[in-house]
Design a protein around this ligand. Structure first.
Ligand SMILES: Cc1cc2nc3c(=O)[nH]c(=O)nc-3n(C[C@H](O)[C@H](O)[C@H](O)COP(=O)(O)OP(=O)(O)OC[C@H]3O[C@@H](n4cnc5c(N)ncnc54)[C@H](O)[C@@H]3O)c2cc1C
Length: 299
């Protein structure tokens, strides 16, 4: 039976990892921060640490030593620090690794993985000798599939950090996690002016949804908080309804929303690539179309 060790310091990534792995094997042990609640997932042993993890070197020995105890594969949630830990463990143990996979199958005992390539334009399927994988965040829905008896063991992050923590400043955060939203109104550069965001916000509120945006809106112009950015370098979302207002549909945006159930696009350029992803498209100006929709919703 396939035996897998899974690690993430972040609750939501570990839940995704477990949902992904529970569909593939029964024998899973995890390394997690103390307090993680594994109920609902099939795991056997939880190795829990209670320190703040801010430097990958703190975890390298622990993860390498545990992984050397007869596991077939190590899966790590691809947070920034998770990717670094996976790379350092790979280098320490001399095992190849694959980053940011979103599918993993064993065919004739050999791993076949899928990952995005060329900034998400293509999907690469490859057979690999890797033993260590990072899982792309947002690749899978969290599914709790029943509980298994598991044991919790306390462990220490006993590696010496190579950096000194001088302070932590919270990033400006949106009020919600857009990955959980069922309806998203997403704003692109086509909105044209900061005040236009309010029109989109009004539509989101009317529909009981959340507002999100493309990279120019969130990371360049900062008209919305960065954690509302959808896409390759933002969040991967899969709402029931995704409404794209003035978003051109570049691939780096599409990889973040292509699993949405229904996509509605409003764009004044009939050739905008977003229409290739859309179930419903309106060729028109946001400032003409959205007020009409609001009028209907209010009437
Ligand atoms: C490594 C890398 C990572 C990236 N990560 C991300 C990411 O995570 N998320 C992301 O979004 N992008 C990302 N990008 C950027 C991406 O390539 C695009 O530049 C970006 O998605 C474009 O944003 P946009 O659609 O809002 O703007 P634009 O491409 O400028 O499109 C604006 C659209 O609005 C339409 N429009 C203009 N005015 C109106 C109007 N009044 N009414 C209706 N329509 C109108 C136009 O026809 C146009 O189609 C990344 C790029 C790179 C290289």
């Amino acid at each position: 039976m396939l035996k897998i060790l899974a690690f993430s310091e972040r609750k939501e990534l570990l839940e995704e990892l477990l949902s992904f792995l529970n569909e593939r094997t029964e024998e899973i042990d995890i390394i997690c921060k103390k307090g993680f609640d594994p109920s609902g997932f099939k795991i056997q042993n939880a190795y829990c640490f209670n320190q703040d993890l801010f430097d990958p070197w703190q975890a390298v020995d622990l993860v390498s030593n545990l992984f050397s105890n007869g596991y077939n594969y190590l899966f790590v949630g691809a947070s920034t620090i998770g990717r670094e830990i996976a790379a350092l463990v790979s280098q320490k143990l001399g095992y190849p690794m694959e980053t940011d996979v979103f599918d993993f199958q064993l065919v004739n005992g050999r791993p076949i993985v899928k990952r995005y390539y060329f900034g998400g334009k293509t999907v690469m399927t490859k057979e690999t000798e890797a033993k260590i994988f990072t899982l792309l965040p947002g690749s899978t829905e969290v599914k709790k599939i029943g509980q298994k008896v598991y044991s919790i063991k306390e462990v220490e992050l006993n590696g010496l950090p190579k950096t000194k923590l001088l302070g932590i400043e919270e990033k400006a955060k949106g009020s919600v996690d857009i990955t959980k939203a069922q309806i998203i109104v997403s704003v692109g550069r086509g909105i044209g002016k900061r005040e236009g965001i309010e029109l989109a916000r009004k539509l989101a509120e009317k529909l009981g949804g959340e507002i999100a945006g493309s990279r120019p809106i969130c990371s360049d112009l900062h008209w919305l908080e960065e954690d509302r950015q959808v896409g390759l370098s933002g969040k991967k979302v899969r709402p029931k309804i995704y409404i794209a207002l003035g978003i051109s549909g570049q691939i780096q945006h599409i990889v973040g929303m292509r699993d949405s159930k229904i996509v509605i696009a409003i764009n004044k350029d009939k050739n905008a690539p977003i229409f290739n992803e859309a179930d419903y498209g309106i060729v028109g100006d946001i400032y003409a179309v959205v007020p009409l929709i609001l009028e209907k919703l209010e009437g």
